[in-house]
Ligand binder design. Structure first.
Ligand code: ZN
Length: 405
């Protein structure tokens, strides 16, 4: 580890050990700054159970309270001081400069600015910091986005991939050609747009084609008040190592090799209200340390393959539903599909892939074996069967993975 890292880590450790009731208890008896990797990890459950024990400042210093998606029940409350809000702005400024945005850009922020989310606030702050002209259309009206594109000629848009596809659909209905519009960059949050080899997945390709724009992925975690955004090279989101340290750990809490997939475990630097040390995000991805073609030397985080608890054990290997989904999306003759997992025994899950379309079972088996290296059960079914599994009664979101374990 470098000297810069040692200093930043010591700063986080001393601040947390002194001011947070949770960390004070954890670090009791430690006289010196210990090696980061010698400390226990914390997960969302601890954050939820002992929420206010992570707070390092008096309530009067808190200026912003947001919620994070909860693991169970209520969303978690997360607090920021004025300095934390500025750190957030600085982080997003670096992130958006990775995507090449400058003060000359007019940017539509088509994500929710309210409902206690941090993302919309963070993007607004970061873009303002860069000097961009920000247009907060929000994520509820595709028509408003299209109107603003027409009237303002924006150069970029920040949105969730599924909303970008909804806008494209609306544009088609209106017979307007989005491909010829002024937007040259789409910054995509919340859903993957690339496969592990950094190729655009079906969603990424659909957006690039419909918008005629370059697609950038950005990944953020509310509790870390941080995001990592791709540059033009599109080979992972750049880490801002003065604000955040990432480890990728395997199931036994051991570090994986460079480029190997594991759980993202993060330590924040420079956070005043709620610093985190070795926080298990629950998200799985790979980290790459080789210098990027863009010249930046900071580590790059690959596409998020899924939540750790979605990982499937199958005959001695492990696979993420997203990997199977990516193969199915790219196989000719697949109209729609659902992946169903059940627990077979302690060591292995049973996986069944239900497909509607013209593709044959042998073709599907070959594609999955070649690209995902597993041979699950495959069944061709009616579109109605797929629909009932993808969108059961009371479901809020369409799903292609059904976990019955
Ligand atoms: Zn780069």
């Amino acid at each position: 580890m470098t000297r810069a890292f040692d200093q930043l880590w010591a700063g986080t450790f001393r601040h947390a050990a002194k001011h947070s009731p949770f960390y004070r208890e954890q670090f009791r008896g430690l006289k010196r700054v210990p090696p980061l990797t010698s400390l226990r990890t914390v997960d969302k459950r601890v954050l939820s159970e002992r929420n206010l024990d992570f707070l390092c400042v008096p309530r009067a210093k808190v200026v912003e309270i947001v919620t994070t998606s909860g693991t169970t029940g209520q969303p978690l409350l997360w607090r920021l001081t004025e300095a934390d809000v500025q750190r957030l702005a600085a982080n997003e400024k670096i992130s958006f400069s990775c995507a090449g945005l400058t003060a000359h850009d007019t940017v539509l922020v088509a994500v929710a600015m309210d409902r206690c989310f941090m993302a919309g606030l963070a993007y607004w702050l970061g873009l303002r910091e860069l000097g961009c002209a920000v247009v907060r259309t929000g994520a509820s009206s595709p028509m408003l986005v299209l109107e603003m594109i027409e009237r303002l000629q924006p150069t970029a848009i920040v949105a969730v991939p599924s909303f970008l596809r909804v806008i494209a659909e609306k544009a088609r209905e209106q017979k307007s050609n989005l491909k010829k519009c002024s937007v040259q960059k789409t910054v995509c949050i919340g859903e993957p747009i690339r496969d592990p080899a950094f190729q655009l997945n079906a969603s990424g390709r659909a957006i690039a084609a419909a918008w005629g724009a370059q697609v950038y992925a950005t990944y953020g975690v509310t509790e870390l008040a941080n995001s990592l955004c791709e540059c033009d090279a599109g080979v992972g989101g750049h880490l801002h190592d003065k604000q955040l340290h990432l480890e990728i750990l395997d199931d036994d809490d051991q570090p994986v090799a460079d480029g190997e997939v594991g759980e993202i475990v993060a330590t924040t630097f420079g956070v005043e209200a709620m610093p985190l040390i070795r926080y298990r995000t629950g998200d799985c991805a790979a980290l790459f340390h080789a210098a990027c073609p863009c010249g930046r030397k900071t580590p790059r985080l690959g596409p998020i393959l899924g939540r750790k608890n979605q990982k499937l054990k199958f005959k001695g290997t492990s696979v993420f539903p997203s990997t199977l989904a990516a193969v199915l999306e790219q196989t000719d003759g697949v109209e729609s599909f659902v992946i169903v997992a059940r627990q077979e025994n302690e060591l292995s899950d049973s996986i069944e892939v239900l497909v509607h379309g013209a593709a044959s079972v042998p073709t599907l088996r070959e594609a999955l074996q070649a690209q995902a290296r597993i041979a699950p059960k495959i069944r061709l079914v009616s579109p109605a069967k797929i629909e009932s599994l993808q969108l059961p009664p009371n479901a809020r979101k369409r799903r292609t993975f059904v976990d019955l374990r």
